[in-house]
Design a binder for this molecule. Structure first.
Ligand SMILES: [Zn+2]
Length: 67
C-alpha cells in the first residue's frame, strides 16, 4: 500500500478502515474497497481530498483485503 498523494509506504493503521500517511500527514479511509483521502486541519477537522485522486482509482486495488 502506497500513499496516493506522496507515494510513501510509511502508512500507519489507525482504525479498522483508517490509515495515516506519515509522509504527507493525510488520513486514508477505506469503505467497501473505495479509498477516500482526507487532510487533517490544524483544528482537527477533516477535509476531503477525493477530488484530487479521482484519476487514480487503482490505488484501492492495492489494499490488503484481509485487514
Ligand atoms: Zn502521503
Amino acid at each position: 500500500m502506497k500513499c496516493p498523494n506522496c507515494s510513501s509506504k510509511d502508512i500507519g493503521k489507525i482504525g479498522s478502515h483508517q490509515f495515516y500517511c506519515w509522509g504527507c500527514f493525510i488520513e486514508l479511509t477505506v469503505n467497501n474497497g473505495k479509498m477516500s483521502v482526507y487532510q487533517v486541519e490544524e483544528d482537527g477537522t477533516l477535509s476531503s481530498l477525493d477530488d484530487l485522486f479521482v484519476e487514480h482509482p487503482a490505488v484501492a486495488v492495492q489494499l490488503p483485503l484481509s485487514s
